[in-house]
Design a protein around this ligand. Structure first.
Ligand code: ATP
Ligand code: MG
Length: 408
């Protein structure tokens, strides 16, 4: 992709009112644009990152048997009344049409998937199974001030699993937990992400949150010094004991909840009477699990964890491009390198703009692509191009032929 062709441009200064690091860098770099508080356009650069994140999640959820599909965002009021959440869920957006009919804008999808499954699942032989989607959610967030970390409209992966017995749900839940750790590891958050025990609501003792430690976090967690599991502050009792190892010493940290997994039991199958015949011909109410990850929140969290004072430092797995190719008055040579790298399936952003060297360097640091390849009079005289990693201070000159090998 040639940078001169991007309709979105970088900005020198952060927009007024954006206080969080993720929103400042993502806006200045041309990844997102704020339409209003908590609602963002994902620009071409940002969409490339989101698609990488989506693909990582897809691969790991497919690997635990998830089937991808897509549910609507506009829901009938009746489904939400059946579960009692039409009146109880205070962040639910309600809309009315001209005839006075009311709808919910989906903040989550139990009210759609449970009645859907009633149409398809009739026997224990159909179980267990799990289905997921990548879908836009709507929530009436009152404190939408953390950039894309807390949106009123945001992209979520939501997975739902259905089982005939609690022990099957338990087994699948453990699989999902492992898949989540893989996802966060692949997204570059392994060192900072902890499994935190949180309240399970009224239906089970605990739910589990995946909490990434950063100063921008809205949550407070206590990490057990012995086993490295964590507890969310909201459930922590006066004299806390680690629910995993019994440890009593904790480290307090600010963290962002990047994922949440829940044993819902029969909370949503009961209202929709989702029963099947078991092997002995007896009717059984199904139990259910749900597993969410906010993709836009994950993108923002990666920025909170991976940046310096100049801009973003994307982990290679989610970077919008692999290489940022910069030409300083050597467009012909750069064009040739550009084509060679593309031919080797390397994703290249080619800065072919007619702007100063200083501006190109500053933008490369802001956008944060893992490798910078510079073609200049000086580099050519030294025998090739200068290759530098975003996270390192100095680069080295390599011949044009060596670039692809070095980067691969
Ligand atoms: P929070 O406590 O931060 O409001 P939640 O408990 O309401 O989160 P869930 O309902 O479990 O979140 O949603 C699953 C996942 O969706 C969360 O772990 C998070 O990654 C993401 N998420 C939730 N709310 C938002 C939001 N307003 N903006 C962006 N992502 C969100
Ligand atoms: Mg919430």
């Amino acid at each position: 992709m040639k940078q001169s062709q991007f309709f979105s441009k970088t900005q020198k200064n952060a927009p007024a009112g954006e206080v969080s690091v993720n929103a400042q860098f993502l806006t200045r770099g041309g990844f997102v644009d704020k339409l209003m508080a908590g609602v963002y356009t994902i620009l071409p650069l940002g969409l490339r990152v989101m698609k990488k994140i989506e693909q990582i999640i897809r691969e790991e959820i497919d690997a635990i048997g998830g089937q991808e599909f897509e549910m609507p965002a506009l829901h009938p009021k009746e489904n939400w009344e059946k579960t009692g959440r039409w009146s109880k869920m205070d962040d639910l957006y309600k809309v009315k049409d001209a005839s006075g009919r009311e709808f919910a804008l989906g903040p989550t999808h139990e009210e759609v998937i449970a009645p859907l499954m009633k149409k398809f699942v009739s026997s224990y032989k159909d179980l267990p199974f799990a289905a997921y989607q990548f879908q836009t959610k709507f929530r009436m967030e009152l404190r939408a001030k953390s950039g894309i970390l807390r949106g009123r409209e945001f992209l979520m992966k939501d997975l739902y699993s259905f089982h005939i017995a609690e022990k099957d749900l338990d087994a699948y839940y453990e699989k999902a937990k492992k898949a989540y750790f893989k996802i966060f590891e692949r997204a570059g958050l392994k060192e900072k992400t902890y499994l935190a025990f949180a309240s399970g609501g009224s239906f089970s003792k605990y739910s589990h949150e995946f909490q990434t430690v950063t100063a921008a976090g809205e949550d407070t967690i206590y990490i057990c010094e012995k086993c490295q599991n964590a507890v969310n502050k909201e459930i922590k009792s006066e004299t806390p004991v680690c629910p995993v190892c019994g440890g009593k010493k904790f480290k307090e940290e600010k963290a962002i909840e990047v994922g949440n997994i829940f044993k819902l039991m029969d909370k949503f199958t009961k209202p929709f009477d989702l029963k099947v015949m078991d092997a002995d011909g007896k009717e059984k109410m199904l139990v259910m699990g749900c597993y969410g990850i906010g993709l836009s929140r994950l993108m923002g969290t990666i920025v909170e964890v991976h940046h310096d004072e100049k801009g973003i430092i994307w982990p290679e797995s989610v970077a919008p491009f692999g290489v940022h190719l910069i030409s300083l008055g050597k467009d012909k040579e750069a064009e040739e390198i550009y084509k060679n790298l593309l031919a080797k399936n390397i994703e290249v952003l080619f800065d072919d703009r007619d702007v100063s060297a200083g501006e190109k360097f500053a933008d490369a640091d802001l956008i944060g692509i893992p490798w910078r390849v510079l073609v200049s009079e000086k580099s050519l005289a030294a025998g090739g191009v200068e290759v530098k990693k975003r996270k390192e201070k100095t680069g080295k000159v390599v011949s044009k032929k060596e670039i692809a090998d070095l980067i691969h």
